[in-house]
Design a protein around this ligand. Sequence first.
Ligand SMILES: *Cc1c(COP(=O)(O)O)cnc(C)c1O
Length: 392
Amino acid sequence: MDTQGWKYKHLLQEFFLLKTESNINFLFARGRVALFAALKSLGLGAGDDILMAGYTCLVVPTAAILLGARPVYLDIDPRTYNIDPGQLDIQYTPAFKALIVQHTYGIPCRMDGILAWAASRHIPIIEDCCLAFGSKFQGKLCGAFGTAAFFSGQWNKPFSTGLGGMLIVHDEDLSGKIQSLIDRELLQPSWAHRFRIWAQIHLYERLVTPKTTPWITAVYRGLSKTGLAVGSSTRGEYSGKTPKNYFMAMTPAQVKKGAREMERIEANIAHRRALTRFYEENLPSAGFATVELQPDEDPVFVRYPVRVANKEELLAAAFRHGVEIGSWFESPLHPAGTDLEKFHYRPGFCPKSEKAAREVINLPTHPRVSPAEAARVVEFLQRHGKVCLNRG
Ligand SMILES: *Cc1c(COP(=O)(O)O)cnc(C)c1O
């Protein structure tokens, strides 16, 4: 690995207070690939059930399905959008072999109950930290609780490596297995792929602002469908096919961006906290409910979730006005339009998740949003959003 790679790894290790020898992190093309590597190295496959929130990205169950395992979905707690620990025993069967714990929107899961349950059943936990970087539960960082934790560097995540995935492993045996899987099977990106990623990172840094986000996103989706740009997902992925070049490493441009982002991670987190305070102070007077946190929950919000009664109408208006309001999660398996049954999800299975998918929009907290822009977002919400009366 080159100097940028070592630097990126070192900064991650420092952030997570890892012992360099026993807690190695790996750099992949996407977050889902990091998850896949962990699941595969745990020896999971046909006949195994993998538990996860029924309020996630489609690519999470896909990583299980690609191994022949079956995703089993848990409904969320409508307060935190995270799995409800009370569901674990209700759903339990001996086929359960792993639990993916996702810290949704950056809100930490209640890990005490979850860890106790998993330990009593000898079930490994993989933390999905794609939306949580710097969040803490009872003073401990998300990503430090499970056997392993994975992170995404996709454009909308806590920090972007222009797509990308990281994996932190807290178990030496598993870490060794992952390293040998990487040595055997991990593909290296082609020159064409490296070039496209490099160009995308540069264009992104120059062009994307909150006001240009809606139309740039539309253009990017169009270009990635034609294959000119490297998109988040391939079309086949939405129907459960193994994507080409799935198990691939990060490119050097992504590694370099990762190192740069880690150097300014504290400023990034401070900015997100400041905008969160602004939303918490200003949403109630606009009529909207804020997230009710308990004293031991210390989230760094990647986006701030708000329930509205007119989600689709509001998103359409936001697009017209150039206001950066997000739609996830659009479905229990984001994005909308997924053939859920192909992914072993039956409508009605997670009613609280489905309700959240109909109601929740999210507000930006990232460093490109100025306080003035955040004020414009709240004003827009006040003008166009309809208040959602009941929550759960
Ligand atoms: C984005 C995301 C992923 C997948 O990350 P990729 O890098 O796109 O593979 C997984 N889980 C959650 C919760 C996410 O938000």
